[in-house]
Design a protein around this ligand. Structure first.
Ligand code: ADP
Length: 631
C-alpha cells in the first residue's frame, strides 16, 4: 500500500510554526518530551498487561532506547510500550487532542513566545517540540498485543503535511526517528545525550538505555583491550517519591515537577510524606507558583498521578483530591489498593477516601502554616489559587471553618494590595454591629465608588470586597463563627435602628407615586438606610441574585429569571425635599414622572448599566440643564 498524504489541522500548523521559528533557549527539552511519551506508553502497556498478558508479547523488560547514528544524522528514541494503531497515530500526531489548546495558542502568541520560551511544553506541545531540532521526523509504531499485524509509518517534513503507510514492524511499541537539523547535530553526541537525560529524565522509572562503546579485556589475548558496544542505563530509575526526603535536592524535585505538570516554573511548595497506619501510601505533591491558564475550564484534569506499588494506574486520579484543591499536582503511591483497580472501584473505595482525607488535611495544614509563618508567600499563592480554594466553602461542609480561615479579602479598611481575614474583621467589628458586610464587584476601584457603601463609611463599618464572580454564590447564607455574611447590595439595611416613621409619613405619597410610575421596571421603591450622599440606588431583594451573579450565570449558559430590583431613595437628599414640594403642589404631574424615570436611569448608570432608553435619558438631561441655566 502506498503512503497516504494528510494535512495537519490548522492549530497544529500554527503550533509547528511557533516551534520552528521561535528562538528557544532550551531546545534540548525535546528529548525529555519524547522520553516522557515513551515512559507513558510503557506505563500504559504495563497496566494493560495486568489483565491481559498478551500485551507483553513474551517480553520481560520494559525499556526506552536511544540510538544515535552520526552518519545518517538521526537520533532515534524507541520504546516497547503500548504503540499506536493507524487511526491513533493520525489522531495523536495530526491534531491537538486537548481542547483549550486554541486558547493556549492565542495565549502564546499574545505573550510573544520569544520572551517566554518556558511556555513551550505545556499542553500537548510535547511531541511537536521535536520540530525545534528536526526537519524530518519518522514514527514507526505497532500496537502491543497484535503480533503479526502490520505497523504504521508516520512521516513529516515540516511542510504542513504528513504521510502514513503500513509497514512491517516486528516488536511492539514506537520508534521516533529524528533527522536533526545541521545546527542541532550536537544531540548526536554521547556526552550531550547523557547529560540531557540525567538533567531532565533521571527519575523516569523505566531504564533509558543507549549503546556505548567500552573498552574491555580481551578474552583471547591477555593484556589486550578491545572495544565493545554495550547498553548502558543513563538514568537512576528510582521513583523519586520513594527516596529519602533528606537526600533529594530541590533541583530533583523541580525536574520531577516539570515532568508531571508540564509547567516549566518552579513549584511554590513541595509536600512529600509517607503515611502509615490505617493507610499506607507515599505522597509527593506540589503547589505550583502559577495557575495554569485552563484551571477554570471544564476539561481541566484534576488529581495526582496514582501509583499502586510503583505501577502507574492512572494519570489523573480525581478521587484523591477535592476539586477545590485541584491546583495540586503530584503523585500518590499506595500500598493498599489492588493493582487491577478500575475507575469504578476507585469511586467508592474506603482506602481512596482515607487517602483523600489525609491529603486534604495535609494541604490545608500547610496553607495554614504558610499564612501564619510565610505571609508573603501565602499572598502569592492566594492571588493565584484563592478563587479555587474558596469553592471549598460551598462544597466541603466539614472543613468550612478551616477554609474560611484561609481566605483573604481586600476591604474598605485595607490599602491597595493588602488584605484582611474573617478573624480580623470580627475582631474589629464596631459596637452594635451584628453582621459581616461585603460588597461584590469587579474591581477594588469600582466597588470603592459604590453609593451602597455610604452609610457603612459613615458608621465606620468595614465592608469586605468580594471580587470573584462566584463569591455571591459561595457566601450566600454563610456564617463565620455565628456571624452572618450580608451583601450591602441586597435587602433592607438599617444601621441606625431608629424609627423612620416620620420620614415614611412625609415622603409616603411621593414614594407611592414613583412606585406606580416605575411599576414595570422595579419591584419596589423605598426609603434607603444605606445612602448618605447619593440620591438613589438599586438593590436586590433579600434572597435574590445580585446582578453580577446573574450576569455570571447567564454567561455560563444558565437560565436566570430576569429579577426586578428595588429602587431606594435617600430621604436626606435635598432632591426629595424639592420633588416632594412639587408633588404637594401639583400632584403626580408629567414632569414629576419624567424625574422619576431619571432617578431610575441614574441608579442604573451608577450600577454600570445603560439607562433604559439612552436617547430619552439624554433628552431629559438636556432639558433639565437648559432649564437650570436659563437665567
Ligand atoms: P501528550 O503527551 O501531552 O498527550 P504529545 O503531543 O507529546 O502530547 O503526544 C500526543 C499523543 O501521542 C500522546 O497522548 C499519545 O497518545 C501519543 N504518543 C506519543 N508518543 C507516543 C509513544 N511513544 N507511544 C505511544 N503513543 C505515543
Amino acid at each position: 500500500m502506498t503512503a497516504q498524504k494528510m494535512e495537519f489541522k490548522t492549530e497544529v500548523k500554527q503550533l509547528l510554526d511557533l516551534m520552528i521559528h521561535s528562538l528557544y533557549s532550551h531546545k534540548e527539552v525535546f528529548l525529555r518530551e519524547l522520553i516522557s511519551n515513551a515512559s507513558d506508553a510503557i506505563d500504559k502497556a504495563r497496566y494493560e498487561a495486568l489483565t491481559s498478558s498478551d500485551m507483553l508479547e513474551g517480553e520481560k523488560e520494559w525499556k526506552i532506547k536511544i540510538t544515535s547514528d552520526k552518519d545518517a544524522g538521526t537520533l532515534t528514541i524507541s520504546d516497547n510500550g503500548i504503540g499506536m494503531t493507524r487511526d491513533e497515530v493520525v489522531e495523536a500526531l495530526g491534531t491537538i487532542a486537548h481542547s483549550g489548546t486554541r486558547e493556549f495558542l492565542r495565549f502564546l502568541q499574545e505573550k510573544n513566545i520569544k520572551d517566554n520560551p518556558e511556555l513551550i511544553g505545556q499542553f500537548g506541545v510535547g511531541f511537536y517540540a521535536s520540530f525545534m531540532v528536526a526537519d524530518r521526523i519518522i514514527v514507526l509504531t505497532r500496537k502491543a498485543g497484535m503480533v503479526g499485524s502490520k505497523g504504521v509509518k508516520w512521516e513529516s517534513e515540516v511542510d504542513g503535511t504528513f504521510t502514513v503507510e503500513e509497514v512491517d514492524k516486528a516488536g511492539k511499541g514506537t520508534d521516533v526517528v529524528l533527522h536533526l537539523k545541521d545546527d542541532d547535530k550536537m544531540y548526536l553526541d554521547e556526552w550531550e545525550i547523557k547529560s540531557v537525560v540525567k538533567k531532565y529524565s533521571d527519575f523516569i522509572e523505566h531504564p533509558v538505555v543507549m549503546e556505548v562503546e567500552k573498552e574491555q579485556d580481551s578474552a583471547l589475548e591477555k593484556g589486550k583491550k578491545i572495544k565493545v558496544r554495550e547498553e548502558e542505563i543513563l538514568n537512576s530509575c528510582k521513583a523519586l517519591w520513594l527516596r529519602d526526603k533528606a537526600e533529594i535536592t530541590s533541583d530533583e524535585y523541580n525536574e520531577f515537577y516539570h515532568h508531571i505538570s508540564h509547567d516549566f516554573g518552579e513549584p511554590l511548595k513541595v509536600i512529600h510524606y509517607r503515611a502509615e497506619g490505617t493507610s499506607e501510601f507515599v505522597a509527593l505533591l506540589f503547589i505550583p507558583s502559577q495557575a495554569p491558564f485552563n484551571i477554570l475550564y471544564q476539561d481541566y484534569k484534576i488529581g495526582p498521578v496514582l501509583y499502586v506499588k510503583r505501577v502507574q494506574i492512572m494519570e489523573h486520579c480525581e478521587n484523591l483530591i477535592p476539586p477545590y484543591l485541584r491546583f495540586i499536582k503530584g503523585v500518590v503511591d499506595s500500598s493498599d489498593l489492588p493493582l487491577n483497580v478500575s475507575r469504578e472501584i476507585l469511586q467508592n473505595n474506603s482506602q481512596v477516601e482515607i487517602i483523600k482525607k489525609n491529603v486534604t488535611k495535609k494541604v490545608l495544614d500547610l496553607l495554614g502554616e504558610m499564612k501564619k509563618n510565610e505571609y508573603d508567600g501565602y499572598v502569592k499563592f492566594y492571588k493565584e489559587f484563592g478563587r479555587i480554594l474558596k469553592e471549598g466553602i460551598h462544597t466541603d461542609f466539614s472543613r468550612r471553618e478551616t477554609i474560611s480561615d484561609l481566605l483573604l479579602f481586600p476591604s474598605t479598611k485595607t490599602d491597595a494590595d493588602s488584605y484582611t481575614t474573617f478573624e480580623m474583621y470580627v475582631m474589629n467589628m464596631k459596637e452594635g454591629q451584628d453582621d459581616i458586610y461585603y460588597i461584590s464587584g469587579v474591581s477594588r476601584e469600582e466597588v470603592m465608588k459604590s453609593p451602597h457603601l455610604e452609610a457603612f463609611r459613615d458608621k465606620e463599618y468595614e465592608v469586605l470586597f468580594m471580587l470573584d464572580e462566584i463569591d455571591d454564590l459561595i457566601f450566600g447564607g454563610f456564617e463565620y463563627k455565628g456571624k452572618k455574611l450580608k451583601s450591602v447590595l441586597r435587602g433592607d439595611i438599617h444601621l441606625d435602628k431608629t424609627s423612620r416613621d416620620e420620614e415614611e409619613k412625609k415622603f409616603g405619597k411621593l414614594v407611592d407615586f414613583i412606585k406606580d410610575h416605575l411599576k414595570d421596571d422595579v419591584k419596589d421603591v423605598r426609603l434607603s438606610g444605606r445612602l448618605k450622599d447619593s440620591a438613589c440606588c438599586l438593590v436586590s431583594d433579600e434572597g435574590d441574585l445580585d446582578p453580577k451573579m446573574e450576569k455570571f450565570l447567564k454567561s455560563m449558559g444558565q437560565e436566570v429569571p430576569a429579577g426586578k430590583r428595588i429602587l431606594e431613595i435617600n430621604p436626606d437628599h435635598s432632591l426629595f425635599e424639592a420633588m416632594n414640594r412639587l408633588f404637594e403642589k401639583e400632584g403626580g404631574s408629567a414632569l414629576l414622572g419624567e424625574y422619576a424615570g431619571l432617578l431610575y436611569d441614574q441608579a442604573l448608570v451608577m450600577d454600570g448599566a445603560r439607562p433604559k432608553d439612552p436617547v430619552a435619558f439624554s433628552r431629559s438631561m438636556s432639558k433639565l440643564m437648559a432649564s437650570a441655566l436659563k437665567d
